[in-house]
Design a protein around this ligand. Sequence first.
Ligand code: MG
Length: 194
Amino acid sequence: MARRPGEIVVLRELSGGRIWRAAPWIVVHDLPDQLALYLPRGVDMRISPGSRMAPGGTVLEARVADMETLRLSHRGDAHSVLLWWRDGAFLGWYVNLERPPEPTPLGFDYVDHELDVFVHPDGTWDYEDEDEFEEAGRIGLLTPDEADRVRGEARRVVRRIERWAPPFSDGWESWRPNPCWPAPSFPPGWEAVD
Ligand code: MG
């Protein structure tokens, strides 16, 4: 069942069957080919301490979102494209390689694939977290086959950036949220993992 615009959903990153990061997001739209979620600045999030390579404990830490994020996920893509703004300035596109968000009772869960691509506002790009990605392969967080698929997805993303294909060419950087949307907060039961 598609989520309605303005609805609050909990987006959670899972790692090893536990919640690694979570925040309440606002649904921009939930279309057959694109899920768009918005996280305003100032929202309370939860983040696992440490890194996946060196976990710092099991208690999630509270963190306040220090920028605005629009998150675009496309059916069939093993990545999402995040747009970041701070104080009205567009900071760039962050391509998060991931197992795409799957619906849950209160929102969506995804699994991060470590490697990311950052696209600057001028369209130039860099890989991010290559060291973590290699380390994840070494310690078995990603199997060799999974790591190959992630590298293949990264190459597809880079070709899309270099052709300046959607969603980069869609003008999302001038999108603004509906001013009537209230700040989202976690609904009861958001921590349940089955
Ligand atoms: Mg990532």
